[in-house]
Design a binder for this molecule. Sequence first.
Ligand code: HEC
Length: 110
Amino acid sequence: MKTLLCLLAPALICLSWSLNARADGIVTIELPAETTTYRQGAGMDLAQNLCITCHSADYAEMQPPMPRKFWEGAVKKMKEKFGAPIPDEAMPKLVDYLTSSYGVETPPAK
Ligand code: HEC
């Protein structure tokens, strides 16, 4: 019996500790500091306001230099598929900004 208690005690202590931790209910999460901002350029403010609610500017930064069509599609996808609250009138300005800051106006000839 004694041996059984010796085996059970740590398990019980552990159990009560984890319950206490849950009862306290305070969990803190530290996120790394945001270091990327959208590149300077006309329309940057729109991107800073509308595009960093879900993910960092790294997502734009990581794209290869893509033509306007790509950026048009990307902004549309963010709005329609992922529910980004982008007003219709901001769409062309964002596409202009993304194409000139992260893309190419015309795709390279093949
Ligand atoms: C409502 C949340 C939300 C907002 C706001 C948002 N995005 Fe996204 N974005 C996502 C999600 C989710 C993904 C990841 C999609 C995946 O993993 O396939 C993503 C991925 C991307 C990618 C990677 C390529 C791709 O198509 O998956 C780019 C580039 C991008 N977003 C640009 C933007 C830009 C520019 C804006 C502002 C106009 C923006 N996002 C705003 C949710 C959002």
